[in-house]
Design a protein around this ligand. Structure first.
Ligand code: ZN
Length: 281
């Protein structure tokens, strides 16, 4: 499951906590309380730990209790403690369409309800889908042993600082590490660090308590601010991933909105990092 070279151009498309939280809100509004009349699988490749027949049979008749974002995963929750856990990776997408319709090559599965249906599609088939019962997540790759959600009310400044002290290395890598806090990826890490005025390559050990406090508050404001922007968009608009609201990530040769200076870019390990040499120290 190696990344293709041209994926460096697409890494900014990875959905992060703000996208997944808003997608979950919108899907819950549309589908909560609906009963699955029929589940069908168009491509079994991303479905792990369950046979296609098991997947279809288990889901038939299940009632949707809601959708939830958990870090970079999306959970479809059913009334009797069953869940579908999806790690959408680069190209996993959700759409609500009419009850009928034929699948296209990128469609993975469909849950059909009385008047509409939920489709999960994945052009690159890199995402992973699991059917879980009784909250047993042991087989879900990269799901357990993660840190608290970046937006959890329990994650206070004090707790954030304590968890940060245990991490070594560059601050951007720490922010993107789901074992530190969950939900932040490559794009939002750049946005948070610009807002906090901290260079992405700074070693954690060099950060002052004031900088850590700024980083914590920037993390919270950036994620909530961008969720508000996303809430104004429709589900298909969010799925198109036009993140024109980002301040700096993916804006090479653009202008920093905070100081008017030029945006810098460095690519390492296939991941793009954008930063402002004036605003960030
Ligand atoms: Zn700037």
């Amino acid at each position: 499951m190696s990344l293709q070279l041209n994926d460096v151009l697409e890494d900014s498309l990875l959905p992060e906590l703000p996208e997944l939280k808003v997608i979950a809100e919108k899907l819950s509004t549309l589908l909560k309380g609906e009963t699955i009349i029929q589940a069908s699988v168009n491509n079994p490749l991303p479905i792990h730990g369950t046979t296609v027949d098991e997947f279809k049979e288990t889901l038939q008749g299940k009632i949707i209790d809601g959708f939830e974002a958990d870090g970079k995963f999306l959970l479809i929750k059913f009334r009797d403690d069953f869940e579908i856990i999806i790690n959408p990776m680069l190209t996993g997408r959700f759409s609500v369409r009419g009850a009928g319709g034929r699948p296209s090559a990128s469609d993975i599965f469909r849950l059909r309800f009385k008047t509409n249906s939920l489709w999960y599609s994945d052009r690159k088939k890199m995402g992973r889908v699991y059917l879980v019962s009784g909250h047993d997540y042991t087989d879900v790759a990269e799901f357990t042993n993660r840190g608290p959600s970046a937006l959890s009310p329990d994650l206070t400044l004090k707790e954030f600082s304590r968890l940060l002290q245990r991490r070594r290395g560059e601050i951007k890598n720490i922010l993107r590490n789901q074992r530190f806090v969950k939900g932040i990826g490559n794009a939002y890490a750049d946005e948070i660090l610009l807002y906090a005025g901290i260079l992405p390559f700074r070693k954690r050990s060099t950060l002052t308590p004031e900088e850590i406090e700024r980083l914590f508050h920037s993390m919270r404001s950036i994620l909530t601010k961008f969720m508000d922007v996303l809430r104004e968009r429709t589900l298909p608009e969010i799925t198109l991933e036009n993140r024109d609201f980002l301040m700096i990530h993916g804006k090479k040769d653009g202008v920093c909105p905070l100081c008017g200076g030029r945006v810098s870019e460095i690519t390492a390990n296939r991941f793009k990092t954008n930063f402002c040499q004036t605003c960030q120290k």
